[in-house]
Design a protein. Sequence first.
Length: 267
Amino acid sequence: MKAVPDLAAEPLPPVGAGFIATLTLAYVGAFIAFVPLLSLLVPLQAQALAPMNKIGLLSLVTLLGAVVASVTNLAVGWASDRTRHRLGRRRPWIAGGLIGVMVAYGLIATATGPAALVAGIIVFQMAFNMLFAPLTAVLADRVPDRQKGRVAAFLGLGAPLGAASGVLITSPPFGDTGSRMAVMGLLVCVCLLPFLLSYRDLPHLRAENRRAARRLRLSPDFGFAWLSRFCLQIAASVVNAYMLFYLADHARYAEQFPGTTVESGLA
């Protein structure tokens, strides 16, 4: 992306430990919201609803979800840049997305057929990307260049901690989909609410950011970075989506480790 003179002329103030902590916790919550769901709970639901065609159903859910996620992420990112609200540009979208994610969890947990599961995933992907697109923009909004590397390192904790949450969600006290969804929803809310309650836009940057958004131009470097990220995400998503079935049907995890379940092994 090309430099924006308006923003460069007035450097961002440094962020403190409290801001870094709440933003990091929000990122952890965002990854808890989707990693255990898409790698554990949705495959289990697909298996329960279509045992003879679980891979086909999971593939359909994954494909439609990816399309909806892509469109929603771009649309909400564009819209949040241009939002004028007393709560700021990002917080209304994040709050709305969080509410939508809770609704989607209920739809997925109570799905009684393949069509209902597909509908639940579509709602989830719309809601989650309504939350995630503006959340990822906060780093650029508020963190000065000299702190971006350090803050980004903390935000990188989101992915491993989100994956590790699967251990709790699949522990013996939570043996059914409903209770697992409830625990996951509680964790997501606990992680995101501190950020939602404390974050404020910088008033002097609002008008400047709106002008910058109108003049933004993409560069070849942005294209290379996007393509690299796209390839990495494709690789990770394919592994995550089908690993549960691989462990169950090919690796015979439950036979190799008696007394355990496949989902606990994956977690």
